[in-house]
Design a protein around this ligand. Structure first.
Ligand code: NAD
Ligand code: DAU
Length: 348
């Protein structure tokens, strides 16, 4: 396989790149990433000298660059993660989400079609998507399945839903082999500290306030990022063209319970007195249109592809906190902005 991974310098993308580069030395892995604020090549410093790895800085919206990559590397598979990914940013500035997530995906599909349409044999376009396209669940036991109708409610989820629809349209109209996976909230190392878990770990270390949106009663279903990377590996190799796979850990938490747990573990690890970090919790104005609950039914992944998460939440959250405590330099570079210099040091 000659695999084009887009967005490989981001949080989840870096775990996929590492997994594929190290597990499959015979594959060529080409990582195309624009290095927006969310792209960080320090996430990949342990693998960036591997002989089967190539980094290209660029935009998924750049047709001639994509043409060049497809030709030069004879791309057989695309694993598409590049996106604007933060809901709060999408509320402030939806247009960049449309540009990257919708137009960028459509551009990538067009170029893949151009290069593959003579012979789709052995080709695959893999769209990495989110459970947020399904909308919001009420409190209770309902779960999102692959048959749940799309009902996106934030500019972010609307842009991802639109991209997914284009991917399916290319399957039905042009017979391009595609797969889509829709995953729940990820957590783990290399997560940019604008998202709940890494932001709150950072703020607890710094003794800064912990801004809980609304009453903290919203529910998210958390999955350790390496379990997501294993699921993507599994779908890449065993997924059926035209199919959708939901990925999740059956691990629902209200935000406030999760935040209290984080505070208590951090107090223990930092040698602070019990309850000290909970004092930092501050209730703030709710996110506009805040989805109440997400929860994934991952039965299809288990039954058809033999995938189950390995990490429990207890082990995953401990690992994650330990990673942030042991990688203060990564956090310092991200918060100071100096992580963006890594590209010029490495590639010029
Ligand atoms: P991220 O924001 O950490 O990383 C996104 C990456 O895409 C960055 O490296 C960025 O530089 C790159 N990028 C942005 N615009 C680009 C462009 N125009 N051209 C090339 N590269 C560009 O995101 P993440 O959390 O790792 O999410 C990755 C993918 O997984 C996204 O598609 C997201 O929708 C999806 N997803 C995320 C989660 C989650 O919990 N984080 C869950 C399910 C699905
Ligand atoms: O469900 C998958 C999605 O999970 C991905 O598609 C997105 O890319 C990813 O960002 C994530 O979206 P969320 O909006 O669920 O994640 P976030 O970490 O931003 O917020 C998690 C919950 O915590 C949500 O209910 C909002 C709340 N929150 C978040 C922040 C940043 C707070 O209460 N305070 C905060 O400061």
């Amino acid at each position: 396989m000659n695999i084009l991974i887009t967005g490989g310098a981001g949080f989840i993308g870096s775990h996929i790149v590492r997994r594929l580069v190290t597990h499959y030395p015979a594959y060529q892995i080409i990582n195309l990433d624009l290095l927006t604020y969310a792209g960080n090549l320090e996430n990949l410093k342990d693998v960036d000298q591997s002989p089967n790895y190539t980094f290209v800085k660029g935009d998924i919206g750049d047709e001639s660059l994509l043409d060049e990559i497809f030709t030069k590397h004879n791309i057989t598979h695309v694993v598409h993660l590049a996106a604007e990914s933060h809901v709060d940013r999408s509320i402030k500035d939806p247009l960049v989400f449309i540009k990257t997530n919708v137009l960028g995906t459509a551009n990538l599909l067009q170029v893949a079609k151009k290069h593959w349409q003579e012979n789709y044999e052995g080709k695959l376009f893999y769209q990495v998507s989110t459970d947020e396209v399904y909308g919001s669940l009420n409190m209770g036991f309902d779960l999102f399945t692959e048959k749940t109708a799309y009902d996106p409610r934030s500019p972010y989820s609307a842009s991802k839903a639109s991209a997914d629809h284009f991917v399916r349209a290319f399957y039905h109209t042009y017979h391009m082999p595609v797969v889509i996976s829709n995953c729940s909230n990820n957590y783990g190392p290399n997560h940019f500290p604008e998202k709940l878990i890494p932001l709150f770990i950072h703020n607890i270390i710094q003794k800064k306030s912990l801004p809980v949106y609304g009453k903290g009663e919203n529910i998210r279903d958390w999955l350790y990022v390496e379990d997501h990377a294993r699921a993507i590996d599994c779908i890449l190799h065993k997924g059926q063209p035209g199919e959708t796979y939901n990925i999740g850990g059956h691990n629902e938490w209200t935000n406030i319970d999760l935040i209290k747990l984080l505070c208590d573990i951090m107090d223990r690890k930092l040698g602070r007195s019990a309850g000290e970090s909970r004092e930092l919790i501050t209730y703030v104005t709710d996110r506009a249109g805040h989805d109440l609950r997400y929860a994934i039914d991952a039965t299809k992944m288990e039954v058809e592809l033999d995938w189950l998460p390995v990490e429990t939440f207890e082990t995953g959250i401990e690992k994650t906190i330990d990673w942030y405590l042991n990688n203060k330099e990564w956090l310092d570079h991200v918060t100071s902005g100096s992580y963006q210099e890594y590209y010029s040091k490495m590639y010029h």
